[in-house]
Write a protein that binds this ligand. Structure first.
Ligand SMILES: [Zn+2]
Length: 435
């Protein structure tokens, strides 16, 4: 018996997609996945009939999920049509041409209003990780971690979200995510860095959001809010009611699931990448700055992480060509950057204390330090969300991966302290001079 909470988990959708392996054409796989998805949807049961009920037994949550479920059952036609429209762009790619296919995908995004789904800028202001396999390069030079230089364009590989020959900047929301994306066997095989977007530069950026928001809501936010007796009606005139958003949310979810279709073979042509690559091209053409999507890697070895944790996200940023520079230096200037070449043993407490020190300093300040304080608040949350989690029985922050993260966070907190302090002193001097 499956309930909506189970159904919209990425792992559950992955298991449905894997059932199509063995079918020889991707267009047939997509069609079969649609059939499995719809068949399963029709059979979904109430939360109180599912095993999940042991974890999520809040009465208001059950009622909310029941209303959601009846909307699902009312919208089977829309769900099938959404699959058909997205899948059609792939058919057009293989049977007509790329231009027609991209236009078809973009028309769908506009018609469904999915194109308006962007990441809230404040969500971007957090430590984003980037790693590279160890090699003959200076691990203290941030440019070594930046995008593939324009002069080495021939090295740009085909990724799920990429544009042939265009160097893009790929960042992950945790050290764990970048290790998984690079398929590294060990933390010690890699060199690490942090790219921290500055809010002053990113506050009006347009980053398309391709995240599993139904799952985040059903499994993460709603249970916590309902347990705290926050009134969140499914339907009604309330601004918080979900019903008016249902259609778009479910369509966004289908787009995400199709874009994260697992690859059965990785050969010269990877059909599973075509739709996400066309989406990337369409967004670049329409002036977006990039996109965010959840990692398709498996995180099952990470146990007991807090449900609010967003350690598994990826960000792709478009770069701007330069005929004189080997990289997009304008984009690089929009980040604070940190590298790590030597690792000390760092405790969570040291990092949290260093963060608190900056917050305290900021409280005495009347200048706007959002750029420096906001990422530290986010780092604090990330530490708290992951502190009780473990990998293969070892607490996350005691693993080499967790230690890498703490080391980088500590550098970041110390640097932010210096910056806030310098600004305070600068302000004081200015004030004294005008007195
Ligand atoms: Zn369930």
């Amino acid at each position: 018996m499956t309930c909506p909470i189970c159904f919209f988990r990425d792992s559950y959708q992955r298991s449905l997609k894997v059932k199509t392996f063995g079918i020889d054409r991707f267009e047939s796989k997509l069609d079969h996945y649609k059939k499995l998805y719809v068949d399963e949807l029709k059979k979904l049961k109430s939360l109180n009939e599912c095993n999940c009920y042991n974890i999520y037994s809040n009465k208001s949550l059950c009622l909310w999920v029941d209303e959601f479920l009846s909307d699902v059952h009312l919208h089977i036609d829309l769900i099938e049509a959404t699959f058909n429209e997205i899948n059609l762009s792939y058919i057009k790619f293989i049977s007509e041409n790329q231009r027609v296919a991209i236009n078809s995908l973009y028309d769908f995004l506009e018609k469904s209003l999915l194109i308006d789904r962007t990441v809230d800028s404040s969500e971007l202001v957090k430590a984003m990780f980037r790693a590279r396999r160890k090699g003959r390069f200076d691990p203290k030079d941030i440019k070594e971690f930046y995008h593939v230089p324009f002069s080495k364009r021939h090295l740009v590989g085909s990724q799920r979200f990429s544009i042939p020959g265009l160097p893009l900047l790929y960042l992950g929301s945790s050290a764990l995510t970048v290790e998984k994306e690079l398929e590294a066997n060990s933390n010690s095989d890699l060199e690490y860095s942090i790219f921290l977007p500055s809010y002053s530069h990113f506050y009006n950026s347009r980053i398309f959001s391709l995240n599993n928001s139904i799952n985040s809501l059903l499994e993460n936010n709603l249970p916590g809010l309902m347990d705290a007796s926050v009134n969140l009606p499914y339907s009604g005139d309330d601004n918080y009611s979900y019903k008016p958003r249902f259609k778009q949310e479910v369509q966004a979810n289908i787009l995400l699931q199709i874009c994260s279709f697992p690859t059965e073979y990785k050969k010269s042509f990877i059909p599973e990448y075509i739709i996400p690559q066309m989406l990337t091209v369409a967004l670049q053409e329409k002036g977006f700055d990039g996109l965010s999507f959840p990692s398709t890697k498996c995180f099952e070895n990470l146990k007991d992480n807090h449900r609010f944790s967003s350690h598994h996200l990826n960000f792709v940023l478009f770069t701007e060509y330069s005929s004189t520079n080997d990289c997009d230096s304008k984009l690089l200037d929009k980040f604070y950057t940190f590298t790590l070449d030597k690792k000390d043993s760092v405790s969570k407490k040291e990092v949290l204390d260093a963060i608190e020190k900056v917050r305290k300093l900021n409280r005495n300040s009347d200048i706007n330090n959002t750029d420096f304080v906001m990422p530290l608040v986010r780092a604090k949350f990330q530490i708290e969300y992951l502190e009780n989690s473990s990998i293969d029985g070892v607490k996350y922050f005691d693993t080499a991966t967790g230690q890498t993260e703490l080391n980088l966070y500590l550098d970041m907190a110390n640097e932010m302290y210096n910056k806030v302090n310098a600004r305070l002193n600068g302000n004081r001097e200015k004030r004294d001079a005008t007195l």
